[in-house]
Write a protein that binds this ligand. Structure first.
Ligand code: SAH
Ligand code: SF4
Ligand code: F3S
Length: 452
């Protein structure tokens, strides 16, 4: 393939964005774009942005300031650096972004990046006239994207099956930036999974903003649920492991819980954000369930799959959150016990109902609550990792480790695992004994009978 031009992509935000960045590179490969390690070496820079919290959005503008100077230096040398802003800030701020940064050449939303080659052609033909496309088009983006560049697949791969969100939590921008919920048909998903496996993927993580809300046309003409889709994926030869993220508690249906019991390929780890342990706050957040519902779903999940480990997202300092509400969150965390978690200070987002709510929590109070919650969660994560020391664990070897002679692998519970072993094991599942626990990873040794 002709790689006469260079593309540099910078990504912020969730796994969906990480995956979208790879697909944007795929979309531009037929136009002759190969990868550049830095903006300085690139002809086109794409900033794939996140709007979820204020800090995430502000990073874009500081980076744009830097890139403007690169762009000016290039112009002075008689060349051109095209700057594109993609992702959720592009979608949410479109015109305002161009007013603030008029040197940006292309603004493209998460639902229209399959049109990048055409947008680029327009930008090239009209220097100084920015091109903006933040539509929610009727056509299916995935049907218009070229297949991923061969060989790009890794032992662990992402596969988008669902996009958008109809839940409208009071604090969240995603329904505005990603649009309405939509599910890809099972046939397209299975075809993409087969191709990923053929290229070497052994583990696939299904992606969606509300992945367990997936419901699509099945290959038998019936409507399938996520549980049914997982069953079909698990039957693909060569595919050893399956995961899905991010889930909503309300969509954790009984058949999906049963799938965790019945499908051995489905890994015993679930990221199930609860946000708060207080019923008052959950109501204000418009989450559509209370704390008892969450506890009940977790109990059912643990009954179906006793080894399952849990992860969650939390927001502290949501408007109206009192000390008693925060204590309810701590109590829920202590009771359930999480193997891992993400927690954030509430960040008011323009256009969302919570941003205009009275009773905003002072910043210092948010800081204090976050520190307290994170200390508790860190302790739980450390205890979870520590409890694995001395145990035999089946890991999926993903690639070389950081040190010579060492391999990197992934545990069933998503922890990175490192151990000395021959590179021939890459891409296989193997049993190891965990020898030490670190805050975010595990060390192991390979079992003798497998080492030979
Ligand atoms: N769809 C997922 C979450 C997607 S956003 C769900 O419903 O659980 C990822 C996480 O960012 C959320 O779970 C939430 O914890 C956090 N988040 C979203 N909006 C936020 C805001 N305004 N301030 C702080 N954290 C926020
Ligand atoms: Fe945002 Fe709520 Fe939708 Fe998750 S479910 S993406 S938090 S609106
Ligand atoms: Fe951020 Fe958009 Fe993902 S706002 S978290 S990049 S869906």
């Amino acid at each position: 393939m002709d790689h006469s031009r260079k593309l540099h992509v910078q990504t912020w935000g969730c796994q969906m964005n990480v995956h979208d960045s790879a697909r944007m590179a795929d979309a531009l490969a037929p136009a002759g774009f190969g990868a550049a390690a830095t903006a300085e070496e690139a002809d086109l820079v794409i900033l794939n942005t996140c709007h979820i919290r204020e800090k995430a959005a502000e990073k874009l503008f500081s980076e744009l300031g830097r890139l403007r100077r690169v762009q000016q230096a290039r112009a002075a040398a008689g060349g051109r650096l095209i700057l594109a802003v993609a992702g959720c800030v592009a979608q949410a701020e479109g015109e305002a972004l161009l007013a603030r940064a008029p040197f940006v050449d292309i603004v493209v939303g998460p639902q229209t990046y399959h049109r990048l080659p055409a947008l680029l052609a327009r930008a090239e033909a009209s220097p100084g006239v920015p091109v903006l496309d933040t539509e929610f088009p009727a056509e299916d983006k995935f049907a218009h994207l070229p297949p991923p560049v061969a060989g790009a697949a890794r032992v662990t791969a992402f596969l988008t099956i669902q996009e958008g969100c109809d839940k409208f939590c009071a604090f969240c921008v995603v329904p505005y930036t990603r649009g309405a919920e939509s599910s890809r048909p099972a046939a397209a998903i299975l075809e993409e999974a087969r191709r990923l496996v053929a290229e070497g993927a052994r583990e696939i993580t299904l992606l969606g903003q509300n992945v367990n809300a997936w419901h699509g046309a099945g290959t038998d003409g019936r409507a399938w649920s996520l549980a049914r889709l997982l069953e079909a994926l698990a039957a693909l030869p060569g595919l050893a492991r399956l995961r899905y993220t991010t889930s909503h508690p309300r969509e954790l249906t009984d058949d999906l819980i049963a799938a965790h019991r019945d499908i051995p390929a489905l890994m015993p780890f679930l990221h199930l954000p609860v946000q708060s342990g207080s019923d008052r706050v959950l109501k204000a957040m418009n989450r559509g369930h209370d704390a008892a519902f969450y506890r009940g779903r977790i109990a059912a999940l643990r009954a179906a799959c006793p080894g399952i480990a849990l992860s969650s997202d939390f927001i502290v300092g949501h408007p109206g959150e009192t000390e008693a509400d925060f204590a309810a969150t701590l109590a829920l965390v202590r009771e359930i016990g999480f193997a891992q978690a993400f927690s954030f200070k509430y960040s008011p987002r323009p256009g969302t109902p919570a941003a205009d709510a009275p009773e905003q929590v002072p910043e210092a109070e948010k800081e204090r609550r976050l520190a307290e919650l994170q200390a508790l969660l860190r302790g739980q994560q450390a205890a979870f990792n520590q409890a694995l020391v001395g145990r035999r664990v089946p890991v999926l070897v993903t690639g070389p480790g950081r040190h010579p002679g060492q391999l990197a692998a992934r545990s069933p519970w998503l922890q990175p695992v490192h151990f000395p072993a021959p590179a021939a094991l890459i891409g296989t599942e193997t049993w190891v004994e965990i020898t030490a626990a670190h805050p975010n990873s595990l060390a192991a040794r390979i079992e003798e009978r497998h080492a030979a």
